[in-house]
Design a protein around this ligand. Structure first.
Ligand code: NAD
Ligand code: MG
Length: 359
């Protein structure tokens, strides 16, 4: 097992990573201070893993709420039954909410914890690769509104993150690959050694080798934890985590949410950012080739959907929240292991990148 710390002063917390952490539940148990715990999960993950978590909590007053599965249910309405259960069972301010599931459950349970009695402790038990390397760390919680994704939310840091790599055994291939897109991102934006490690171990990762997974998740969490510790509320550096996301959001919105997974769109978006950087002379042909080759080996797409025109792409990218006064701010790599946020690039190079990147 590996352990690291997210360093946020009095809001600091540990991340535990390894196989068997739900089977031997002491890490989950250690995250809970009071005598009451509510496990929030969904109808897919609950039947698979909730009993293990509840066994770890034996002796406490434990309740479970299973939310319907899917991004479409990441709404304020769906939190009402969570609050009702907490109130009906007399859960106090010292009660802990345990988020068991992917990023949707983590964001919703975390937001419920931020709101219930103005804030109760919560523990993240992420079960998708994306949640294990990204959404469970950093304290962003929330739900969607019909007028915008993640528009209702709060910063609320967990007390602990418990990552059991065994839970990935039941995750389907596409979801797994989508998580790898965010793993590759950490290498590109800040860690050339990790990128090289990924090139060496991508085979082991796609076979879900527990040791390789533990290392990849640990290094991803370290990268995210360092950025979050430096910039908890996204004033500066945290924006680098959005590599590929402006292009990616344009893809997700342009073709309609749900057709592509977020990670798939980010993978293509990161390649588009790399391609633009190459056109600007910041990245070599070889570096772009390395990123693309790793993306392919991860089982991810490398080309934007054909039905998105250049004009539509630009229009969608301009409404992205990083656009200021019509200019499109982008995270662009300046080397494998380094990136910058900038609006200072040749628009012709962006146009050429969009044209080149169609399937
Ligand atoms: P998800 O939570 O929808 O999970 C994907 C699918 O996998 C779901 O059907 C889920 O039920 C299923 N699943 C989860 N664990 C499983 C397991 N171990 N075995 C089998 N099936 C399993 O999707 P996600 O990709 O984990 O998360 C996406 C969400 O995360 C989005 O809502 C996004 O906004 C959010 N997010 C938040 C942050 C943040 O910082 N808070 C960062 C990135 C993404
Ligand atoms: Mg992302």
């Amino acid at each position: 097992m590996e352990q690291l710390e997210v360093d946020l002063g009095e809001r600091s917390y540990p991340i535990h990573i390894g196989p068997g952490l739900l089977e031997h539940g002491e890490r989950v148990r250690a995250g809970i201070r009071g005598h009451q715990a509510l496990v929030v999960t969904n109808t897919t993950v609950g039947p698979l893993y909730a009993e293990r978590v509840e066994q770890a909590l034996a002796g406490l007053e434990v309740e479970r709420v299973e939310l319907p599965d899917g991004e479409a249910y990441k709404t304020l309405d769906q939190l009402d039954p969570v609050f009702t259960r907490l109130l009906e069972r007399g859960f106090e301010r010292g009660a802990t909410i345990v988020a068991l599931g992917g990023g949707v459950v983590g964001d919703m349970a975390g937001f419920a914890a931020a709101c219930y009695q103005r804030g109760v402790p919560f523990v993240q038990v992420p079960t998708t690769l994306l949640a294990q390397v990204d959404s469970s760390v950093g304290g962003k919680t929330g739900v969607n509104h019909r007028l915008g994704k993640n528009m209702i939310g709060a910063f609320h840091q967990p007390r602990a993150v418990v990552i059991d790599t065994d839970t990935l055994a039941t995750l389907d291939e596409r979801q797994f690959a989508a998580g790898l897109a965010e793993v590759i991102k950490y290498g590109v934006i800040g860690d050339a050694d990790f990128f090289a490690w990924l090139e060496e171990h991508m085979g082991a990762l796609t076979e879900r080798d527990p040791a390789a997974l533990t290392t990849a998740i640990r290094r991803s969490c370290e990268a995210k934890a360092a950025i979050v510790a430096a910039d908890e509320r996204e004033g500066g550096q945290r924006a680098l985590l959005n590599l590929g996301h402006t292009f990616g959001h344009a893809i997700e919105t342009g073709i309609g949410y749900g057709r592509w997974l977020h990670g798939e769109a980010v993978a293509v978006g990161s390649l588009m950012a790399a391609e633009l950087a190459r056109r600007l002379g910041w990245l070599s042909d070889e570096e772009v080739h390395r990123i693309e080759a790793l993306t392919v080996r991860a089982g991810l797409p490398t080309r934007a959907p054909a039905d998105l025109s250049r004009a539509r792409f630009l229009e969608l990218m301009r409404v992205d929240k990083k656009a200021r006064g019509g200019e499109i701010r982008l995270v662009l790599p300046t080397a494998i292991g380094n990136a910058t946020v900038t609006a200072d690039y040749d628009p012709e190079a962006l146009a050429a990148t969009l044209d080149e990147h169609h399937a």
